[in-house]
Design a protein around this ligand. Sequence first.
Ligand SMILES: [Zn+2]
Length: 462
Amino acid sequence: MARTIIRNGLVVAPGGAVRATLVLEDARIAGLLDPEQPVSGIVDADIDAAGLVILPGAIDAHTHFIQDDPAVDEVNPDEVEGFINGGRAAAAGGVTTVVEMPQAARPTVDGAIFRRRVELAQPDAVVDFALWGGVCGGQRTDALDEQIEAGAAGFKAFMCDSDPSFPGVDDAQLLATLEHLKDTPYMFGLHAESDSLLQDGLRRMQESGRKDALAHHDSRPAIVEAEAVNRAIFFAEQTGGWVHIVHLSAPSAAELVRQAKARGVRVTAETCPQYLAMDHEDLVRLKGFAKCAPAIRDRAQVEALWGYLIDGTIDCVTSDHCGFSADSKRRGEEDIWEAPNGLPGIQTLLPVMISDGRRRGLSWERIAELTASVPARLWHLAPRKGAITIGADADLVFVDPVRTWTVRDEDMLHTQQWTPFAGRTLEGQVVRTMLRGRTIYDVDHGVLAEPGSGEFIPALAG
Ligand SMILES: [Zn+2]
């Protein structure tokens, strides 16, 4: 057994941030001791974390690593990521577990494809991973049970049309899926934008000849999201099923979630750094490089969205990391419609939440909840993941809370080396990441983990 001692750090445990000595035995957290208490027995590694904050490893529950499947010859050259480079970026950003989305050349929509995705990701995985199950138009309901059996962490669908290989669900299927899932512990995660309003918005922009960056937003304003969220909540309330709103961006939609929660409806929501730390000025400045769906909102809405994060309406924060190439995004320079929707973000997720969150008064404990303990609970990875507690996996992030640094494209480790946050100065830097007791990243040496060191974590909902 290998025993590691971590001294002098400010440990962000579920009860609050405390000065403590952490004792790791192999891959697990074995002790959380008073700093004055002597540590007895053999110590294999002794780490001094003086001046550092130790958070639970972040869980990014919304990634699009889109593992290539050699058996399916449809790789989009504009969208190349994968578990190796995506995982290296995760490690550098303090993310120790990802929950990968079902979209791929062949989306995860049944048990056989689910198991194939695990098999494909395993040899490449740098951090631990779980997988979403998928729900798409025209699917058999026993495909849901197959995916549950294979370890799905939750289920995802689109309420609007997105990728033709992963068609959106209509109201009838929304209802049927919630009826089916309501007696299970699993969420139905929804990309909530009204297809009808969105198609009309796109048509209106086309007719007016607009190709500017804000036309992207104006084709899908807040009401497009709010209407779909309202409908999703209605189905959750009628069936007793659990609806989770992915990448919530509009405060008007968040208000519907707040009211529904107050009525006892089973609804949860996530947002992403791009909706908290970017606004229309960024969309106008970055054009295609800030194009995502839902669209980035104006400053007043961004400010209001923070209120819903701080009051607990929004449960957690994810990246919605996508691997679109800079070339594909540059096509939006003259004509915004030419750029695809989606942004890289896994390496900046935790740093942006620490820097902007601390500035807005979020405690370390709250940051740990938003990025680790709540995702672990919602996607059934707890008690193994998500918190610094005895018996849990020793997934830890060491943060230098006062070090300021500037985000640069060239420091990104994901396949496409660019980030919409380039040029930002952030306060608080990830200086070391540990996965199951092993250091997988440190700021001086970079990523230390090999592909294949990550493990598949099936949902522990039993
Ligand atoms: Zn997504």
